[in-house]
Design a protein around this ligand. Structure first.
Ligand code: SUG
Length: 452
């Protein structure tokens, strides 16, 4: 049955801000307390979706989450009316307030791990929302992510939804950002590769020295079990601790794949020779014969440049005439990445085109084009069973641009996060959005139930 990969992009929410919350994420740290532009951020995200849709790539949207997360602030002991909660959080713990305001659900590559029905024993598409347990602000996303995915993929005979793994750093799971899938064509079964940063339960195993390794081996193995994957078509590889220490807090900062192509930094994996031998062997045994490995040596693009330019956080997509790489514009500003891309098109690879996309508002928080999307491989019948309102048409794009322009602020200063009007504006925006995406109630709040 015809099968395609659909990019579900996170719509950037009205509280998009720079709070320096993400440890090990150099861009997030560098932009701490900078003024953000939520409207521009959301429009950049939408322009990327439209660009891909116009290339003929199936595109859908995931709605933002309710922020400020009032329930989380109340759980942390801030009480009274909504305005009092926001005010006391700002006075007593601005960092907790910022964490509860983060629009971080925009980075849909961390929303969940998804295994296509061709790979699972029961022939269903399996979803596990990521617990994102290593960063507090991100750990708030999992319950609503689960509700959104269930609302989009309702048919239990085709879609299996698992709860997030228990939220403990030893079982830290960052979703699809640490998951690679190689296959012949999307119709066929694939080799699923889980890339973890450390052993969660073995303190003596090697781990990065400077920054946290967010994904653990035990988390990756649990997801593979839940998704009923065939272990002969599944690999668990360790990310290079040096890459994490250089700022590659997720594996998708140092590798990108599509179908039979894997583009990766030479320092992406711990024991690279072992990792690549395993990939080659598993792929040829069970999935495909024409694996194309494109290694980028550190002498061409040093790790620091890969992190600065987000070269590997590009989207690699299949077109009728070969593949296209959708890179962040920052790749044009970093000479080594720019040179690499110039030469890439002359190499014997299926990559025929390179496009540059401006998602700088997201990039300033460490989120490139690939971070903003969750890949979901669906056959025609599965796509027909998914909620239709989230698929990007020209009309939906125009409606979303209009919605952003009506509801989003131009600028957000760190002090604005406690403004009770921002909460009302965000709720009003989300209420309208869920109605036109036709998703039903996916948020814990109901407009009109504010606490005053
Ligand atoms: O988890 N940034 C996100 C960026 C996630 C990028 N995703 C992928 N690589 N797939 C993170 O580090 C910054 C928020 C702040 O500082 O305000 C943040 O959460």
């Amino acid at each position: 049955m015809p099968t395609r990969e659909i990019n579900f992009d996170g719509l950037i929410g009205p509280t998009h801000n720079y709070a320096g919350l993400a440890e090990g994420n150099l861009a997030s740290q560098a932009h701490r307390l900078a003024v953000s532009n939520p409207r521009q951020a959301a429009l950049q995200g939408l322009a990327k979706m439209k660009f891909l849709a116009d290339l003929g790539i199936a595109q859908a949207v995931l709605p933002p989450q309710e922020r400020p997360d009032m329930a989380a602030l109340r759980r942390l002991g801030f009480g009274g009316s909504d305005a009092q909660v926001l005010d006391s959080a700002k006075r007593q713990s601005p960092v907790l307030l910022a964490a509860c305001c983060s629009a971080s659900a925009m980075w849909a590559a961390n929303a969940a791990t998804v295994s296509p029905s061709t790979d699972t024993a029961d022939g269903r598409v399996h979803f596990t929302p990521a617990n994102l347990a290593s960063q507090f602000h991100r750990s708030l996303e999992a319950p609503t992510t689960g509700r959104i995915l269930r609302a989009i993929f309702r048919d239990e005979s085709r879609f299996a939804h698992h709860p997030p793994l228990p939220a403990n750093a030893r079982l830290g799971d960052e979703g699809a950002a640490n998951h690679i899938r190689l296959c012949g064509a999307h119709e066929h079964g694939g080799l699923e590769i889980f890339v973890y940063g450390r052993d969660g339960f073995n303190a003596t195993s090697s781990a990065p020295a400077r920054f946290p390794a967010r994904q653990t081996r035990e988390a990756s193995e649990s997801i593979a079990r839940l998704h009923q994957l065939d272990l002969t078509r599944t690999l668990f590889l360790r990310q290079n601790p040096d890459a994490i220490d250089a700022g590659a807090f997720h594996n998708d900062v140092v590798t990108v794949s599509n179908e039979n192509v894997l583009l990766y930094h030479a320092d992406a994996f711990a024991d690279s020779a072992f990792a690549l031998a395993h990939i080659r062997e598993s792929v040829s045994k069970v999935v495909l014969e024409d694996l194309i490995l494109i290694e980028v040596p550190a002498s061409e693009v040093p790790l620091a440049d890969a992190v600065r330019s987000y070269l590997f956080n590009s989207q690699l997509v299949s077109m009728d005439d070969g593949m296209a790489l959708i890179c962040p514009t920052e790749c044009q500003d970093v000479p080594s990445s720019r040179e690499f891309l110039k030469h890439l098109l002359h190499k014997q690879t299926p990559i025929r085109n390179v496009h540059f996309i401006n998602v700088r508002q997201s990039m300033n928080n460490g989120g490139g084009p690939a971070c903003l999307r969750l890949r979901v491989v669906l056959n025609d019948a599965e796509q027909a069973a998914a909620a239709s309102g989230v698929f990007l048409s020209d009309a939906l794009y125009v409606a979303l641009v209009d919605w952003v322009q009506r509801h989003y602020r131009e600028e957000l200063y760190p002090d604005d996060l406690s403004d009770p009007l921002l909460l009302i504006e965000s709720r009003t925006a989300l209420d309208e959005l869920t109605r036109f995406l036709q998703l039903g109630s996916v948020y814990p709040f109901q407009l009109g139930n504010e606490q005053s």
